[in-house]
Ligand binder design. Structure first.
Ligand SMILES: *Cc1c(COP(=O)(O)O)cnc(C)c1O
Length: 219
């Protein structure tokens, strides 16, 4: 199936109000353009360098989302244009985003990444760390970042019940956070293998790569 057909099939599955981030990491500009021609405007990358190159080369009405683990020293390269940073998992990182956004006179929308998976390897905050971050005076002083919601990744497993449980937990963290920050709207959860479960559990944004572009080829 073509990229265009894959996109059409996935979009038919998405309820209204769920945003599709087409994860184009490792994929060439031609593949992104094919999706663009089919109407897709939101793309996700996990390496800053790659995202900058693609931003420079491709149409300027593309919204670029940084979905990967982010190093502080890389924030400056994308502060001018990034639309949403999904993987914010420390106050230090948020401070750097605030600083770089200020240089470009903008407010950068961010999601806080929560650790919901069983594996130790997945990044993210736990509930106490989330609360500490939000309660800190440093956070309260930031004027150039806007927390739009939460992001999380479930355990990579065939056990659907476990995945469902982890997404449900993230949804409940999201609802709790909404009591403090009523303006948040984005719950980023769900990838190619688990987006059906994520949507059933209340996702408002799915990040889908291989089901659109085919398997990745890391060389
Ligand atoms: C690669 C990646 C995705 C997309 O994964 P697929 O399984 O190809 O859909 C989603 N989210 C994050 C954070 C990723 O790194």
């Amino acid at each position: 199936m073509s990229i265009k057909e894959n996109l059409a099939e996935i979009k038919a599955d998405l309820p209204k109000g769920v945003t599709l981030v087409a994860v184009s990491k490792t994929k060439p500009n031609e593949a992104i353009l094919e999706a663009y021609q089919a109407g897709q405007r939101v793309f996700g990358e996990n390496k800053v360098q790659d995202m900058v190159q693609k931003w420079e080369a491709l149409p300027k009405d593309i919204e670029w989302h940084m979905i990967g683990h982010l190093q502080r020293n890389k924030v400056k390269y994308m502060a001018e244009f990034v639309s949403l940073i999904h993987g914010v998992d420390s106050l230090k990182l948020l401070k750097e985003i605030d600083k770089q956004a200020q240089k470009h006179n903008r407010v950068i929308p961010c999601l806080l990444q929560m650790h919901i998976a069983e594996e130790d390897t997945k990044f993210g905050l736990d509930e106490d760390e989330l609360n500490a971050l939000l309660a800190s005076s440093e956070f309260k002083q930031m004027k150039h970042v806007k927390i739009m919601g939460l992001m999380g990744m479930a355990t990579f497993t065939d056990n659907e019940n476990q995945v469902r449980k982890e997404f449900a937990r993230l949804k409940s963290l999201f609802e709790n956070l909404k009591l403090q920050l009523p303006e948040i709207t984005i719950l980023s959860m769900g990838m190619s293998g688990d987006y059906g479960i994520a949507i059933a559990e209340g996702s408002t944004m799915v990040r889908i790569g291989s089901s659109i572009f085919g398997a990745r080829n890391y060389s």
